[in-house]
Write a new protein. Structure first.
Length: 367
C-alpha cells in the first residue's frame, strides 16, 4: 500500500524539518522592535518560548484526543502566559461537540470554581471565544460536595454546560484566596456512551497535526501577548481598564473585570497603587508580570496580593507598593530582579469596578 502524504513526510524527515524551522521562526517575536533587547529580558523571552513549546506539545500531541479527554493543568509555576493568575489553578481538556461529556468530582472549598466551553484559536488567530459558562454559584451540588455536569449542545436538566458547533475545549478555572487553607476541586471528564476502551495507536497524521499545532500555538500565543504588551506602552505606570470584550475574546473569565498596563521603575523609584474603594466582590487581586506577560516567580517572591492576603487601611482602602527593595510597609510587591514589565488588577465577581490610582515616587520620599 502506498504511503500517505503524512507518512512520507515523517519517513523522509520533512515534517520534523518544517517543525524545527517554524519553531526557529518564532524567535523573531522575542526580537520584536519594541520588545526589550537587554540580555535579561531576551533570556526570559526565549525561556518563554520554550515553556510555550512544552505546553503546546502536551496540549496538541499528548492530550488532544476528544474521544478520551483528560483535564490537564496547562498553566502553572513553569508554564505561563497571558498574565496567568498566581491565585488560579487552570485545567483544560479537548472536546468535540459531536459528542456529549460528563464532568464529575468534588467541589472542594476553593473560593471560586468556573468552567467554560470555548473555541480555542490561540494557534490560529489568537482568540478564545467562550461558548458556555457555569460557576459554582449556579451549580447544583450535593451535601457531600459531589457534583455532576453534562456538557453538550442540547440542553440538559440539572448542571448543564453548553457547547456550540465549533467548541473544541473546556477550561476549568479555580481561584484561591488562601491555598494553604482551601481544598481544590477535584474533577474528571468522560465521554458519554463511549464504545472504545482505549485510544488508537499514533499515526503519521496525528503526529503531523500535533507537532504543527504545537508550534502554531507557540507562534500565536507569543505574538498575541507581545503585541498586547506593546499596546500598554502609552500608559506606563497607569491603570486604565482593559476592554472587557477583548479580554473575553482571548480567554478572560466573563466574571472578571481587568485593568492591564505596563510598568517601569528606576532603582530608586516605587510605584504606589491605591484602591480607595473596595466594592462588594468575590475577590480581587493584583499581580506583577514580565514583558512577556508571564507572572513573576511567585514560588520565590511576593509578586501579588489578593482580597484575603492584603493589609487594609482604617478606612477600608488598600495601598500597594511596588519596589525593588523592601520599603518596610504592608503590601510590598517585589519586582524580582525586573525593572519593567506588565501588570494586572482584577475585580472578580464585583458589583462595581471602581478605578485604581497609581503614582511613581522616590523610595526616599515614601519612607
Amino acid at each position: 500500500m502506498p504511503m500517505s502524504d503524512a507518512e512520507q513526510r515523517v519517513v523522509d524527515g520533512t515534517l520534523w524539518d518544517e517543525f524545527c524551522d517554524a519553531l526557529k521562526d518564532a524567535g523573531k517575536i522575542v526580537r520584536s522592535e519594541k520588545a526589550p533587547q537587554d540580555p535579561f529580558n531576551q533570556a526570559e523571552g526565549y525561556r518563554y518560548l520554550a515553556r510555550l513549546l512544552r505546553g503546546g506539545l502536551e496540549g496538541f500531541l499528548e492530550f488532544r484526543d476528544p474521544l478520551f479527554p483528560q483535564l490537564r493543568c496547562g498553566a502553572h509555576e513553569t508554564i505561563k502566559l497571558g498574565a496567568d493568575n498566581p491565585d488560579n489553578r487552570y485545567e483544560s481538556a479537548t472536546v468535540n461537540p459531536d459528542y456529549d461529556y460528563r464532568i464529575v468530582g468534588h467541589r472542594g472549598t476553593v473560593d471560586y470554581l468556573g468552567i467554560s466551553t470555548i473555541i480555542n484559536r490561540y494557534a490560529s488567530g489568537g482568540t478564545m471565544h467562550v461558548t458556555g459558562h457555569i460557576d459554582a454559584r449556579q451549580m447544583e451540588i450535593a451535601e457531600d460536595g459531589s457534583l455532576e455536569i453534562i456538557v453538550s449542545r442540547t440542553r440538559q436538566p440539572g448542571n448543564w454546560l453548553p457547547m456550540e458547533e465549533d467548541t473544541n475545549s473546556i477550561t476549568v478555572r479555580q481561584t484561591f484566596q488562601d491555598r494553604s487553607g482551601e481544598q481544590a476541586a477535584e474533577l474528571r471528564i468522560e465521554r458519554i456512551d463511549a464504545r472504545e476502551s482505549r485510544p488508537a495507536p499514533l499515526t503519521a497524521e496525528t503526529l503531523q497535526k500535533g507537532l504543527m499545532g504545537a508550534v502554531m500555538f507557540v507562534q500565536g500565543s507569543a505574538g498575541l501577548f507581545e503585541q498586547w504588551a506593546e499596546s500598554f506602552l502609552p500608559h506606563v505606570n497607569e491603570r486604565p481598564p482593559a476592554d472587557p470584550a477583548y479580554c473575553q475574546s482571548i480567554g478572560g473569565d466573563p466574571n472578571i473585570y481587568y485593568f492591564h498596563s505596563a510598568w517601569r521603575l528606576a532603582e530608586d523609584e516605587v510605584l504606589v497603587i491605591e484602591a480607595p474603594e473596595i466594592p462588594e466582590c468575590q475577590t480581587w487581586n493584583f499581580q506583577l508580570d514580565n514583558w512577556w506577560m508571564e507572572s513573576l516567580a511567585y514560588r520565590h517572591h511576593t509578586i501579588h496580593v489578593n482580597k484575603h492576603t492584603a493589609h487594609y487601611e482604617a478606612d477600608g482602602s488598600v495601598r500597594l507598593v511596588v519596589s525593588h527593595s523592601d520599603p518596610g510597609l504592608p503590601n510590598w510587591i517585589e519586582t524580582a530582579g525586573h525593572d519593567m514589565g506588565t501588570m494586572c488588577w482584577r475585580w472578580i465577581g464585583a458589583d462595581r469596578h471602581p478605578p485604581v490610582a497609581t503614582r511613581v515616587m522616590k523610595l526616599a520620599e515614601l519612607q
